[in-house]
Design a protein around this ligand. Structure first.
Ligand SMILES: *[C@@H]1O[C@H](CO)[C@@H](O)[C@H](O)[C@H]1NC(C)=O
Ligand SMILES: *[C@@H]1O[C@H](CO)[C@@H](O)[C@H](O)[C@H]1NC(C)=O
Ligand SMILES: *[C@@H]1O[C@H](CO)[C@@H](O)[C@H](O)[C@H]1NC(C)=O
Ligand SMILES: *[C@@H]1O[C@H](CO)[C@@H](O)[C@H](O)[C@H]1NC(C)=O
Ligand SMILES: *[C@@H]1O[C@H](CO)[C@@H](O)[C@H](O)[C@H]1NC(C)=O
Length: 673
């Protein structure tokens, strides 16, 4: 996108638009093409907004984050969006006191760690919140150190069964990189550990050089983050945290099973290395316990803080009561440069389209979420607040979180959106190889165009998909991102390594915006349930591997999927013949509601908030996505107990999934039985 071409495009487009406008009455595809043109993609404006939003650290509940909300609100308002702020009052935690002392051997002098990240040249570094784990339990603990690798269930099993290490009474040190940090703490707690420190291992996040010389994490860099395992405000599970609402007490939150019951701290690579030197194991294997002893002290304060979601609306012209919802979060543990500001970029592009006459068919809602980092709180409270309206009116939810951290396109979605995402990726050039489209680079890449699924708890799509059953997509540019949740995730890092010319941001806004435009404007919702059925078939294949020779019957499940496939083909054909506003609307409603049918009123056993029976988080890694999470839970339980009843429960859970899929095909058919 060189300068001369941009200038030319600016000259040509208004002219061609005028010509086009004279000869057509339905110019929607034309607007979509225009949306992708270079005159609509402004890397300078994206860079400027990112600079403004990331100038200071803006953790949820802080003044800086309220100021960032004001900035987003004014950008939305000046982009002709009808905008407002939705406030919730939620339980957040901040660190008050932290200390970590290592006594390497009985005879050696204790080492006190300073728990500080070495400031890079950033004038607001002193405003960064001290490193901590949000919602960690307060307490002072000490014990011999045990090394637990990545802290997975398998790591702890190996410690116990192969290495005969008794974790009870120890302080566990584990490294980041494989599972959600809350699950590391939970696994350590279950084995009897008194406290946990989680460090950033150089092998996973750094090389011989680091930021600001390279994109890697500096030795003093610390990945902070939440250790709470649930979604939304811990004191209001299942309902919205409006001012003065009913709340659980601290004791009730602890009993919920999602709160951590032992203290933990995140630490740097260099502190981790010092601690590891104090551990000896069999045959030189790094294990422990000890002889090093760690004294860990953490005191956090819990406050009910005000959080603000900024909402901007473009009213749909023909179907104002159908919502296409776009979201990204605003709060950040530190400067949050990789955090998206695509929201503001999209708002400005939609504004340009509106100024030349475009009006969406359906309503587009832009959501700038708060307190995502703590427990996806802003989005979850809003979804809980508006559950019935969303359930009857939301067409789809589009999410970006770490929108850009490097080259390469990645997407996850509910499967009826797969085709649409691929089509959109075919319309935009790859910013890192402009001779081909994003789609070409994507299918040529190591992940060969595979679309992930949205069962994990990684970002704000979770409540939409897993609680209400709204079709959704999550997109990003760039995969690994070593300075994640550290104070080095700032504008300088982005400018130097994440996206030097902001062309990846522009491309992301193009794909994301195009998916939104098609969902908002096309007469028939661009959903294809045939891909859903084939995804489900794949999941059944995976499931069959897990049966372990037990007498589990999946034939009902396969039959339900076959019916879904037939219904999906039928509705795709029906589309071609249908005419008349009400008939189109009725067909679209079936496409919209089929995803809802995959949810169940009672939710997953023992995890009733999770209503979706097809996609949910793994019980052992909140970042991990599971197909048929209820069946997965049951299989896991049956493997442990190996009783007749526990295997019968696996069959029961398969029946539940089969019924949900059957309901979805009935909805697609639009017939009563
Ligand atoms: C832990 O130690 C800190 C600092 O010495 C102290 O302020 C705090 O009250 C102690 N907490 C508990 C639960 O003993
Ligand atoms: C581990 O140690 C704890 C406390 O020292 C003890 O109660 C427990 O029985 C030990 N477990 C095993 C399996 O040895
Ligand atoms: C660590 O805690 C233990 C138990 O409370 C205490 O005896 C010991 O003195 C502490 N060590 C240091 C270096 O503070
Ligand atoms: C860019 O795309 C072309 C095909 O259009 C391909 O031949 C070339 O290898 C790609 N370049 C890089 C650096 O990936
Ligand atoms: C935007 O892109 C142009 C090249 O297309 C580049 O010269 C310019 O520096 C970029 N702007 C920013 C803010 O990176």
């Amino acid at each position: 996108m060189s300068k001369p071409r941009t200038t030319l495009a600016i000259l040509i487009i208004p002219l061609s638009y005028i010509i086009f406008f004279l000869f057509t009455t339905s110019p929607k595809p034309y607007y979509h093409t225009l949306f992708l043109s270079s005159s609509f993609s402004n890397n300078a404006s994206i860079s400027l907004h990112l600079h403004t939003l990331t100038r200071r650290p803006h953790i949820a509940g802080s003044l800086a984050n309220a100021e960032a909300a004001t900035h987003v609100l004014s950008t939305f308002t000046s982009s002709s969006l009808k905008s407002h702020i939705v406030t919730y009052h939620v339980s957040l935690t901040y660190p008050i006191h932290r200390s970590l002392i290592l006594t390497p051997t009985q005879s050696s002098k204790p080492i006190t760690f300073n728990l500080k990240q070495e400031p890079e040249n950033n004038p607001y570094a002193n405003e960064v919140t001290p490193t901590f784990h949000a919602y960690a339990k307060s307490g002072n603990v000490s014990g011999l150190v045990v090394y637990a690798n990545y802290g997975t269930v398998e790591d702890f099993v190996r410690l116990r069964d192969e290495l005969s290490v008794n974790v009870t009474g120890s302080i566990v040190i584990a490294r980041y990189g494989k599972i959600f940090r809350g699950d590391i703490v939970k696994n350590a707690y279950k084995e009897g550990a008194l406290g946990v420190v989680i460090y950033t291992d150089k092998r996973d996040y750094s090389g011989d050089e680091w930021f600001p010389v390279s994109r890697s994490m500096p030795p003093s860099g610390v990945q902070v983050g939440t250790v709470y395992n649930g979604l939304g405000d811990p004191t209001t599970p299942g309902w919205a945290s409006v001012d003065g609402c009913e709340r659980l007490s601290e004791e009730e939150v602890e009993l919920s099973g999602d709160a951590m019951l032992i203290p933990s701290l995140p630490i740097s690579a260099e502190d981790g290395e010092v601690i590891l030197k104090s551990i000896v194991g069999d045959d030189g294997d790094l294990v422990g316990p000890g002889p090093g002893i760690l004294n860990l002290s953490y005191v956090g304060e819990t406050v009910i803080a005000k959080i603000e979601n900024v909402i901007g609306v473009i009213q749909g012209e023909e179907e104002p009561d159908r919502y296409v919802i776009l979201g990204n979060h605003r709060d950040a543990w530190t400067f949050g440069a990789v955090d998206p500001n695509s929201g503001t970029a999209i708002a400005e592009r939609f504004d340009k389209l509106q100024k030349i006459g475009w009006k969406p068919r359906r309503t587009i809602i832009l959501c700038n979420w708060d307190a995502e980092e703590y427990a996806l709180i802003g989005s979850t409270e809003w979804v809980e607040d508006n559950r019935e309206m969303l359930s009857s009116r939301a067409v789809a939810y589009l999410n970006v979180d770490c929108a850009v951290s490097g080259p390469g396109f990645y997407a996850s979605a509910t499967p009826q959106l797969d085709e649409l995402i691929k089509l959109a990726a075919q319309e935009v050039r790859d910013p890192d190889n402009t001779t081909q489209t994003i789609y070409d680079s994507w299918i040529g890449s190591s992940n060969s165009g595979v679309i992930g699924r949205l069962g994990g708890g990684g970002s704000d799509y979770a409540s939409f998909v897993q609680h209400v059953g709204v079709p959704a997509v999550d997109m990003r540019f760039g995969k690994d991102y070593p300075v994640y949740h550290s104070m080095y995730d700032d504008f300088t890092w982005m400018e130097k390594f994440g996206d030097p010319m902001f062309h990846r941001h522009v491309a992301m806004a193009s794909v994301f915006g195009l998916v939104a435009l098609r969902l908002a404007d096309e007469e028939f919702l661009p959903f294809n349930y045939i891909s859903y059925a084939s995804e489900l078939k794949k999941s059944v294949k995976d499931l069959e591997k897990e049966k372990l020779g037990h007498d589990i019957d999946v034939s009902q499940l396969l039959k339900a999927i076959e019916d879904l496939s037939t219904a999906a083909q039928a509705i795709n054909t029906e589309k071609q013949a249908i005419k008349g506003v009400l008939k189109v609307r009725e067909l679209n409603d079936r496409l919209m509601m089929a995803e809802r049918a995959l949810t169940d009123r009672d939710g997953l056993s023992e995890r009733p908030w999770y209503k979706h029976l097809i996609y949910g988080p793994s019980k052992y890694n909140d970042y991990g996505t599971k197909s048929f999470p209820g069946v997965d839970d049951a299989i896991d339980n049956a493997k442990k107990l190996n009783t007749k009843a526990s295997w019968e429960n696996v069959q029961h859970q398969i029946w539940r999934v089969s019924r949900a899929i059957k309901h979805a095909s009935l909805v697609l058919k639009g017939d009563l039985t």
